[in-house]
Design a protein around this ligand. Structure first.
Ligand code: SIN
Ligand code: FE2
Length: 205
């Protein structure tokens, strides 16, 4: 099914292909981006991320020289993040339920925008309060190569292609796995052009 990942997926990881519809989601993402524009956040070391980020929901993930955190206020606009559209919540809750996490109610959705060359280094998602809830990740546009490691940064990684519409749920034993995204290859998606968008839903607070 997935050339780069013929073995069964590690425990706690569920891949739902063609689960999300870019045609339906893109106008909602554009409306959020018009209120809280995607931006290249500064990391504590002083560099800036190659992925452009914004958020919707009660809480948004931000990074600056002082570290990483969730904040109710968008530091760029000084206003609360745009509300999470009902269609987002339903998509995330539905995917989580299919993966065995009934009752998932995300309060944060990080929206990542990748142009060709943009990447995300190996990291753990660990700024959320309760790791009992999974992360639900929705991929739109160009294919990405997602890297899945173990619970230590030095653990070997395996690669999984996340195509347009794929929803990946990682929870339980996979919740603390290191993960990242290889530099996006150039390409053209009929709706998104030379871009990949990724939505990650979290129960952060
Ligand atoms: C993330 O780990 O926050 C992003 C993952 C992705 O872009 O697929
Ligand atoms: Fe992550």
């Amino acid at each position: 099914m997935n050339d780069l990942f013929p073995e069964p997926l590690p425990d706690g990881i569920t891949l739902l292909p063609r689960q999300a519809d870019a045609v339906a989601l893109l106008p909602l993402i554009d409306a959020i981006a018009a209120m809280s524009p995607p931006r290249h956040l500064t990391v504590p070391g002083g560099g800036s991320m190659s992925v452009a980020m914004t958020n919707c929901g009660m809480l948004g993930w931000v990074s600056d020289r002082s570290g990483y955190r969730y904040d109710r206020i968008d530091p760029l606009t000084g206003r609360p993040w745009p509300a999470m559209p009902a269609a987002f919540t339903e998509l995330a809750a539905g995917a989580a339920a299919q993966a065995g996490f009934a009752g998932f109610m995300p309060d944060a959705c990080l929206i990542n925008s990748y142009a060709p060359g943009a990447r995300m280094g190996l990291h753990q998602d660990r700024d959320e309060r309760d790791f009992a809830w999974p992360i639900v990740s929705v991929s739109l546009g160009l294919d990405a190569v997602f890297l899945i490691g173990g619970t230590r940064r030095a653990d070997p990684t395996r690669a999984l292609v996340l195509a347009d519409g794929a929803v990946l749920v990682f929870g339980g034993p996979a919740r603390r796995m290191y993960h990242g995204v290889r530099p996006l290859k150039a390409g053209h998606h009929p709706l998104l052009g030379a871009r990949r968008l990724n939505l990650t839903f979290r129960k952060a607070g």
